[in-house]
Design a protein around this ligand. Structure first.
Ligand SMILES: [Zn+2]
Ligand SMILES: [Zn+2]
Length: 79
């Protein structure tokens, strides 16, 4: 029996509890997406929905959707 939570197997919040099984691997941070995590899936690539999807969204747009980004500059034709 676990000495911390006094349960066997451990209570899920116990530090001795085993990590939940990896279901997918996040393309953005490389960390496992485990059972119970929310995820975003695009073309078979998975991201953590809360932590990584918004960060990854711009990359997805640029790399997969043909979006482009740049720095706006005033046309100096008139100066
Ligand atoms: Zn425990
Ligand atoms: Zn992630």
């Amino acid at each position: 029996m676990c000495m911390i939570c006094r349960q066997s197997p451990c209570h899920p919040s116990c530090p001795n509890a085993p990590d939940p099984p990896t279901v997918y691997t996040c393309q953005h941070c490389g960390e496992p997406i485990v059972a119970g995590d929310e995820y975003l899936e695009i073309d078979g690539v998975y991201y953590h929905l809360e932590d990584c999807a918004s960060d990854a969204a711009m990359d997805i747009l640029l790399n997969r959707c043909g979006a482009s980004k740049g720095v706006a500059e005033v046309d100096d034709q008139w100066t």
